[in-house]
Design a protein around this ligand. Structure first.
Ligand SMILES: *[C@@H]1O[C@H](CO)[C@@H](O)[C@H](O)[C@H]1NC(C)=O
Ligand SMILES: *[C@@H]1O[C@H](CO)[C@@H](O)[C@H](O)[C@H]1NC(C)=O
Ligand SMILES: *[C@@H]1O[C@H](CO)[C@@H](O)[C@H](O)[C@H]1NC(C)=O
Length: 325
């Protein structure tokens, strides 16, 4: 009797979820083996002014290196470029591995710091190889001198959501459906709290976590003083965390498992292009880079001011993936 009451209680406390188990631990001991350095220029993607270099050049030039046990991913901060070139040398890493459900945890010692013109991102997506379907979740991304992270979710499925927590970007809807020619199908985006991007992140924050499950998607930001102790264990339990997530969505009319899956991790730093370039000199935005630099055109600034990008680098302690056993 007593035992079955306890069992019933335990069942209540943790619905039907098996515990998380660590499946990936990407860190300084194995990072280069687990990511593909895509050597294309960003004009193939969103019209960016970044020339991504391959692994040989990345390692020999020091753009990618291990620094004090951390994975350091930088951009060229010594050379000038012609504005008609393919752009400033940078890195775009994409994980060979991919996942559907799970808890993805990025632990950062440093995220890129503006650099007017910068457009860094830590995100997950299906990759171009999945013809006819698309899915993307941006975990850490913004441009120029903004100081709050933005999370966007895009899927080629029709996918309406209920927002349990989160600040939807005003012009976006609660249908995360995305189409190349949208609007109106332009995905759903959320503004994170102030201080979660650029130098303010480095001052206070350390860990960003994304949880993708069939019944919910959640994203957290943890300050250095807030990192849950169980993230260092083999089996963290997000349901026991006291810090509220920044974003928590549940499906309204959407099969999350189908709409958000086959995720490769991507870490890339672009310049200018559709977002950073537009924000650079658009007085409707808070970017204000044109005023700050005295240059109206993003490419001209990025091409000619290498030393402005000395701090445009990632320093990664680890990226871990946990999945239900
Ligand atoms: C790095 O990852 C490997 C496994 O992928 C793990 O054995 C090792 O403990 C990790 N290193 C650190 C410093 O956590
Ligand atoms: C990173 O790569 C994607 C394409 O895979 C591209 O759309 C984007 O412009 C690049 N830069 C950022 C910051 O996402
Ligand atoms: C911003 O810069 C772009 C690229 O140089 C230019 O085409 C555009 O007209 C500029 N916009 C404004 C508002 O100055």
């Amino acid at each position: 009797m007593y035992t079955s009451a306890l069992l019933a209680l335990a069942t209540l406390a943790s619905p039907s979820f098996a515990a998380y188990k660590k499946v990936w631990d990407y860190n300084s001991s194995n990072f280069w083996d687990n990511f593909n350095f895509v050597d294309l220029d960003d004009s193939h993607f969103t019209g960016g002014f970044a020339q991504y270099v391959g692994i040989d050049e990345a390692l020999s030039s020091g753009l990618a290196r291990i620094n004090n046990g951390k994975v350091r991913l930088g951009v060229d901060s010594t050379n000038t470029y012609s504005t008609s070139s393919t752009g400033r040398k940078s890195l775009r890493l994409q994980s060979y591995g991919y996942f559907d459900n799970g808890l993805l945890v990025g632990d950062f010692a440093h995220v890129p710091v503006a650099g007017c013109g910068q457009w860094p991102a830590f995100w997950v997506y299906q990759g171009e190889q999945h013809v006819g379907s698309y899915a993307e979740i941006d975990i850490l991304e913004n441009v120029n001198v903004h100081t709050a992270n933005t999370h966007s979710l895009y899927t080629s499925d029709q996918c309406t959501i209920n927002i349990q927590k989160g600040n939807l970007v005003p012009e976006k809807s609660t249908n995360c459906h995305w189409k190349k020619d949208g609007p109106p199908s332009q995905g759903c985006s959320f503004n994170a709290e102030a201080g979660t991007f650029n130098q303010p992140f480095n001052n206070d924050y350390k860990v960003v976590a994304l949880q993708v499950e069939s019944e919910r998607i959640r994203i957290w930001h943890f300050k250095k003083t807030e990192v849950p102790a169980d993230l260092n264990s083999a089996s963290p339990n997000p349901d026991a965390w006291t810090k509220a997530p920044t974003v928590h969505i549940t499906p309204k009319s959407c099969d999350f498992h189908k709409a958000f899956n086959l995720f490769h991790i991507v870490i890339n730093t672009s310049f200018c292009g559709s977002w950073a370039g537009d924000d650079f000199n658009n007085t409707n935005y808070a970017g204000q880079c044109a005023q700050q630099t005295g240059v109206n055109d993003c490419k001209t600034w990025v091409a000619q001011h290498p030393s402005d990008f000395v701090n445009t680098f990632w320093e990664i302690n680890s990226i871990k993936l946990f999945q239900r056993a």
